[in-house]
Design a protein around this ligand. Structure first.
Ligand code: FES
Length: 102
């Protein structure tokens, strides 16, 4: 796993972009859970750090054409994209967030 960010840098409800081995990812602080997903929408490359979380912090909506992705697995649950996002493993040790591929 790779050290990416400090937990204290990401407020609850915030989506922040980071670089993971040259790939853009987003880290979302849902309060009870930290979620890491690929950060570019597969439909037309929108920056997902500008996306919208639902109230339950269970989905993210693309800011450009409103694709909805499931935060539990990265799947696309409402188009236009059939392709989902990659979900990364997250580990938190003290204040440090580590990311890895499943
Ligand atoms: S770029 Fe995300 S839905 Fe089109």
């Amino acid at each position: 796993m790779k050290k990416i960010a400090k937990l204290s840098e990401i407020k609850v409800g915030e989506i922040k972009p980071f670089d993971f081995d040259g790939e853009k990812i987003i880290i979302i602080n849902c309060g009870k859970e930290i979620v890491a997903l690929s950060g570019i929408c597969p439909h037309a490359d929108a920056p997902l750090e500008e996306g919208y979380l639902d109230k339950e912090c269970s989905t993210i909506e693309c800011p450009w054409h409103n694709n909805i992705f499931d935060l539990s697995n990265g799947d696309s649950i409402e188009g236009p994209s059939y392709e989902g996002l990659t979900k990364f493993d997250v580990k938190i040790i003290d204040d440090q967030i580590y990311i890895g591929l499943k």
